[in-house]
Write a protein that binds this ligand. Sequence first.
Ligand code: HEM
Length: 173
Amino acid sequence: MSWVAAELLAFCRWCNGSFFGHGIRDSVWLFPFVEIFHLLALGLLGGTVVILNMSLLGLRFRGEPVAALAREVRPWMIGSIVVMLVSGFLLFSTEAVKMYGSPAFQFKMASLALALLFTFTVHRRVTMLEEARIGAVWPKLAAVVSILLWTAVALGGRAIGYVPSSGAGGVGG
Ligand code: HEM
């Protein structure tokens, strides 16, 4: 096992044994309570992604400059991402070793890293620049990539319950 894999497994074991991992796992209602926040924030995040990208694709909100719409939508997007990260970590902590060996969870985390990187670099830049300066292709391309990345994250999250995990053996273990 590589050093990184061993460190990750140690971190997962720590999360599993932590007071919050135990507390949520041993409670009848805490897990679904936390998952409500994960799903509500998912809806809000999905809404902000759709609004911004429909505007970039020129399908909706044509009267409104993209930059102005982005300024209005971005606080909701960032707020919902923060709630997804916190609620997701709490859900993860209840079954962290299982998530360590879950191909669906690993696909989700890889997609999430790409989605966050793209959202706060290229996508943010494209939404702030006037079309006159960047032409019609880049905004549309950025919108398609953004939709594909966030869809991959959500699909990975949904697949967690369906794709078997190899636990501490790790993916491919
Ligand atoms: C913004 C990013 C995220 C999105 C869009 C997302 C999306 C989802 C979706 C769609 C589900 C399935 C919900 C269901 O149908 O029951 C889910 C479940 C889950 N998510 Fe996330 N998630 C995000 C971030 C995270 C993070 C950062 C973690 C952990 C560090 C995480 C951990 C989990 C876990 C453990 C479940 C499975 C819960 C179960 O066993 O039912 N999520 N997520």
